[in-house]
Design a binder for this molecule. Structure first.
Ligand SMILES: [Zn+2]
Length: 251
C-alpha cells in the first residue's frame, strides 16, 4: 500500500460513525484528497487538532481501497485567531470554499495550496487589511485557475490601445469600442481600477500593505471581482451571503 507524506489544509469534513471524520484536504503534493481520520473526535486523539477546518498539518497518508487514511498528522498551524473573530472566520470559510470549488482530486496544484496557506496566515495575523487579502485572494485564485483577467489588451481582438473603459465579465477582460458589439456582459471600469487589479495580481499577499487603493476604486473592484468569480466558477458561495450579512449589519 502506498504511503505518502504531504502538507495539507483541511477544507471541510463530515463526521463518520461515533468518532471518525472524513476530511477533505487540499494537499501540497497530491491536490485535493479525501481521507479518513480514525478516532479523531475522541478528546485524546492525536488527530484531534489536525482534523479541524483550516488546520495546516504535515500528514502521513496511506491509500486504502477507496480512500486515503491518515496514519499520522503533525499540526503546524491551527489558525486559532480565525475562530474567535466572526468576520475573519467568515472570510476563512469563504476562502476554503473557493479553493474547494476550483481544486480537483489528486491533481497537484501547489500554487493554489500556497495561496490558500498565505491567505489564511495573513488573515489570522491581522496586519494586512482583510478587504485587500480578500480581493487579492480571489483574483489570484482565478488566475491560477486559468481565468486571469485581461487588463492590458482587448479580450476579443487583442488590441493594446483600448479607448474607453469597459470590462466584459463573461469574456474576462477589457473590451474595445469596435468589439463591444460582441460583448456578453459589459460593465464600466475606471483606469484606476485596472491599475489596482494589476497590482493585486502581481503583489505578494505579504506585501499588500504597500498598496494604496482608495474607497471608490476598492468598491469598483469588489463588485467586478464578485461578478467575475460568479460568472466563471458558476457557483454561488453560501459563505458570501453570510459575509455580506455581517458586513452590512450595524450591531
Ligand atoms: Zn477589440
Amino acid at each position: 500500500m502506498g504511503i505518502s507524506k504531504t502538507q495539507g489544509i483541511v477544507l471541510k469534513y463530515t463526521n463518520l460513525g461515533e468518532a471518525d471524520k472524513i476530511l477533505t484536504i487540499l494537499t501540497r503534493s497530491k491536490g485535493k484528497v479525501k481521507a479518513v481520520a480514525k478516532g479523531c473526535r475522541k478528546p485524546k486523539s492525536n488527530l484531534l487538532a489536525s482534523s479541524e477546518i483550516f488546520a495546516f498539518s504535515e500528514f502521513v497518508l496511506y491509500k486504502g481501497s477507496s480512500m486515503y487514511h491518515i496514519s499520522q498528522a503533525d499540526t503546524k498551524e491551527t489558525f486559532y485567531n480565525l475562530r474567535n473573530d466572526l468576520l475573519k472566520l467568515s472570510y476563512a470559510v469563504f476562502f476554503v470554499e473557493m479553493a474547494d470549488a476550483v481544486s480537483e482530486e489528486e491533481l497537484t496544484n501547489e500554487r493554489l495550496f500556497l495561496l490558500l496557506a498565505k491567505a489564511l496566515y495573513y488573515l489570522a495575523e491581522g496586519e494586512i487589511p482583510i478587504g485587500l487579502i480578500n480581493l487579492a485572494y480571489q483574483l489570484k485564485l482565478m488566475d491560477i485557475s486559468g481565468y486571469r483577467p485581461s487588463i492590458q489588451r482587448c479580450v476579443h481582438c487583442g488590441k493594446t490601445e483600448v479607448q474607453g473603459y469597459k470590462f466584459d465579465i463573461v469574456l474576462g477582460g477589457i473590451i474595445c469600442d469596435e468589439c463591444e458589439k460582441f460583448g456578453k456582459n459589459i460593465i464600466r471600469v475606471s483606469p484606476g481600477s485596472l491599475e489596482a487589479i494589476k497590482s493585486l495580481l502581481n503583489s505578494e499577499i505579504s506585501r499588500l500593505n504597500t498598496l494604496k487603493i482608495d474607497n471608490t476604486i476598492f468598491n469598483e473592484i469588489d463588485k467586478l471581482t464578485k461578478r467575475f468569480v460568479e460568472a466563471h466558477l458558476d457557483k454561488h458561495f453560501k459563505s458570501l451571503d453570510f459575509l455580506n450579512e455581517i458586513k452590512n449589519s450595524n450591531v
